[in-house]
Design a protein around this ligand. Structure first.
Ligand SMILES: CC(C)(COP(=O)(O)OP(=O)(O)OC[C@H]1O[C@@H](n2cnc3c(N)ncnc32)[C@H](O)[C@@H]1OP(=O)(O)O)[C@@H](O)C(=O)NCCC(=O)NCCS
Length: 163
């Protein structure tokens, strides 16, 4: 694990992520394992299958057999909607999310798109801090958008990055 972290941090220091692979259905066992460890309300198998079938952009980063992180992005005419953005719990706080965000911005730009937007749970302060640090601004709130436990609901914060 020490060796892994060392080579991993060298990659990030040089502002590089490994080359991603497009998510395929045969990756869904490790993807779902990470998803369930990362969220209180994880996506289900069907959400990933539908996204793959819809042709969404779904890069997955690996270090050998170990899944580091992935995202799901839907491209519209003038904007990209970020639907899922996840770093495996064992690899958080090492700059991977910031590197993924740089990747997504470059990917969008190379397709002539200058805007990314997303919804995030109002209680997800880690993610909101990341998005603010990446230049996103808050556009509004969708009240009671997400389920919580015991039939309660919580707001979604809508954020966007335009450049
Ligand atoms: C949110 C998430 C993507 C951040 O990934 P990460 O690789 O740990 O983030 P990074 O190491 O690149 O950190 C980037 C910035 O995010 C913020 N951040 C990340 N983790 C944080 C934490 N535990 N507490 C506070 N801020 C945090 C900070 O601004 C940080 O910058 P800093 O390290 O200079 O302070 C990751 O925690 C995650 O996958 N969480 C579960 C899934 C999720 O909530 N996804 C977002 C759905 S909208």
């Amino acid at each position: 694990m020490k060796l892994f972290r060392k080579s991993h941090s060298v990659l990030l220091k040089n502002n590089l992520l490994p080359t991603p692979q497009d998510m395929t259905q045969d990756m869904l066992t490790p993807v779902l394992r990470v998803e369930q460890g990362a969220y209180s309300h994880p996506w289900l198998m069907g959400n990933f299958v539908d996204s793959i079938v819809s042709g969404y952009h779904m890069p997955v980063w690996w270090h050998g057999d170990e899944l580091l992180c992935y995202l799901v992005a839907m491209r519209g005419a003038d904007e990209v909607h970020l639907l899922n953005f996840t770093v495996a719990p064992a690899h958080q706080r090492q700059g991977l999310a910031q590197a993924m965000m740089r990747y997504l911005r470059d990917w969008s730009l190379s397709r002539g798109v200058h805007s990314i937007w997303l919804e995030v749970r109002a209680s997800n302060q880690r993610a909101i801090a990341l998005y603010v640090a990446s230049g996103f601004v808050k556009d509004g709130v969708r009240p009671s958008y997400y389920p919580v436990h015991n039939g309660q609901r919580e707001d979604a914060v809508v954020m966007s990055l335009n450049w």
